[in-house]
Structures are given as structure tokens and as C-alpha cells.
Design a protein around this ligand. Structure first.
Ligand SMILES: [Zn+2]
Length: 287
């Protein structure tokens, strides 16, 4: 498919042709459960780009201006304001032979990632470390109280996809695959209505989600659809399947005994097809 619209895929699948309104799609995004960044310094707030605005906010405070701190001083990715000992990681890693690496809190910054003088800069009595410790929910409430709409706009999608409990500065290495997947989804919601109409492919996005959060995920999907994008989901969860416009049921069993199209159509059409296991289970969900 990527080949057809001018991109390139990793490896071509076995097919003879793809037809349909392909010209309406200009981009394809595969939203998998791989980590959002390789560096232990990447985290939800940097990935969502809200951190760019938070850094600027701190740099614009009176004391920061007197000391000539720029936004980059509040970054843990470059030298300047970050702790020199742990390079902004807040911890030091000791490599052990034959054993897993040991992570110890940095003795110089005590896990706060920044130099002492940087932590003296505050916005409404919170320094940059305090902000990174906040959960998404707490941060939205805090910035709402102080009218920081630009920052809220970039944090809101994280809450919308059910990640309100995640800390802004939580290292991406500690996030689950499902959480990483939803952060990627949120980053597309932040971009809003782009001209590039995208086909999003999700691999089992409901993994590990409670019923309440599946509703949040669905609302995020609807937001993408409203922006003119298309979504394709590989999924077993019936609560999500029943909301699809069109279902392709592959089976009849899993693995080697599957791979054939057993039924296809709208949910209402699929439940009428007796051969379809999905259709049988779906009956009670939509009647
Ligand atoms: Zn340190």
C-alpha cells in the first residue's frame, strides 16, 4: 500500500493488486506498541511537545530573565541547566557484569535532574522538577488555574486517551506497550486537522484497557475520523468491533487454521452470517 502512494514498505506482502479510493489517502501510520523513544530521557511531555511551551514559560519568569536563562536551560537533553553528573536522567546506571544494570538515584541532584540554581526558578511556586512530577490530570488542573491554554491544549489529548494518571516526566522506558501506543495516538490528536489524510493502523489497541478507558479510546478514534482520517484496527475486543463501520472477520480459527475471510460487512450484516464466530459473539452486543 505504501508503495502505491509513493512511500515504501519494509517488505511487500503477497497480493496482486489494491484497489479503492487510494488517492484519498496520503499517508499511513502504523501505531504499534513499541516504546516512544530510545532515550531514557524521552517521556510523555516531551513526546507531546507540551514541554517546549513549559520550558518557555519557565524561561519567561522574572528571575530566569535576570539570570539570562533561555528555554534550553530547562531541557534535560542538552548541557546547560541539567545536572552534569547524571546528564539530566536523575539516576546513574551502574553496569554489572553477568547481572542486570543497577540504577541509583543521582547523588548530586537527588533525582531532580537539574542544577540547584535552575530549581530556584518557579512558576506559581512550582519549579520545573515539581511540574515533571505532576500527573497529566494534576498538570491540566494546575495550568488551567493559571490560564496556560497553550500548554493545556497539548496535554489534553493525553487525558483524552486515558493517560491522565501518567506523570509528565515519567521515563518512556517504564511505560507499557499499550501506554506508548496511546501516547502516539495523542500526539496525532495534538496535530489536529492536518491536510494529510492518514490511514491509521492499530494493532490491538484495547490491550490492558478497562471498559471505561475503551470508551475514551473510541472517542479519540472519532476525533481522528472527524479530521478526515481513516482507521483500521486489528482487534479481538467485541466492544470495539461493534463500533466499526465495516468488519472483516478472519478465521475460522487462529494461526494456521485461519487467515480466510469468513465474513464481512457492517456489524448488523456480520451477525447474520452463521459461519462467523465473531458474528455469533457480536449478536448479544448489538441486539
Ligand atoms: Zn543528577
Amino acid at each position: 500500500m505504501l508503495k502505491k502512494i509513493g512511500g515504501y514498505g519494509e517488505k511487500a506482502g503477497q497480493f496482486t493488486d489494491i484497489s479503492g479510493a487510494i488517492s484519498k489517502i496520503s499517508n499511513i501510520e502504523f501505531i504499534n506498541q513499541n516504546p516512544i523513544g530510545r532515550s531514557s530521557r524521552s517521556n510523555p511531555v516531551t513526546y507531546s511537545k507540551a514541554y517546549d511551551d513549559i520550558r518557555s514559560l519557565f524561561a519567561s519568569q522574572k528571575l530566569a530573565k535576570i539570570r539570562a536563562y533561555a528555554a534550553k536551560h530547562f531541557s534535560f537533553n542538552v548541557d546547560g541547566g541539567r545536572c552534569d553528573t547524571c546528564k539530566g536522567e536523575g539516576e546513574v546506571t551502574i553496569e554489572m557484569q553477568f547481572m542486570a544494570d543497577v540504577h541509583l538515584e543521582c547523588e548530586v541532584c537527588k533525582g531532580k535532574r537539574f542544577k540547584k540554581e535552575l530549581l530556584e526558578i518557579t512558576f506559581q511556586d512550582k519549579n520545573i522538577h515539581d511540574v515533571l512530577q505532576m500527573t497529566v490530570d494534576e498538570a491540566i488542573a494546575f495550568f488551567m488555574l493559571h490560564n496556560q491554554t497553550k500548554i493545556i491544549k497539548k496535554l489534553q489529548p493525553l487525558q483524552d486517551v486515558g493517560l491522565g494518571y501518567v506523570q509528565l516526566g515519567q521515563s518512556s522506558s517504564t511505560l507499557s506497550g499499550g501506554e506508548a501506543q496511546r501516547i502516539k495516538l495523542a500526539s496525532f490528536l495534538i496535530k489536529g486537522n492536518s491536510q494529510e489524510k492518514t490511514l491509521f493502523i492499530f494493532d490491538e489497541p484495547t490491550t490492558g484497557l478497562h471498559f471505561h478507558d475503551i470508551n475514551k479510546l473510541l472517542n479519540s478514534f472519532y476525533a481522528l475520523l472527524e479530521n478526515g482520517h481513516t482507521i483500521m484496527v486489528v482487534e479481538h475486543n467485541l466492544d470495539l468491533i461493534k463500533c466499526a463501520d465495516y468488519i472483516i472477520d478472519l478465521g475460522p480459527e487462529g494461526g494456521e487454521k485461519g487467515g480466510y475471510v469468513v465474513a464481512q460487512g457492517t456489524p448488523e450484516e456480520v451477525v447474520k452470517q452463521k459461519k462467523s464466530f465473531t458474528g455469533n459473539f457480536l449478536t448479544e452486543k448489538i441486539l
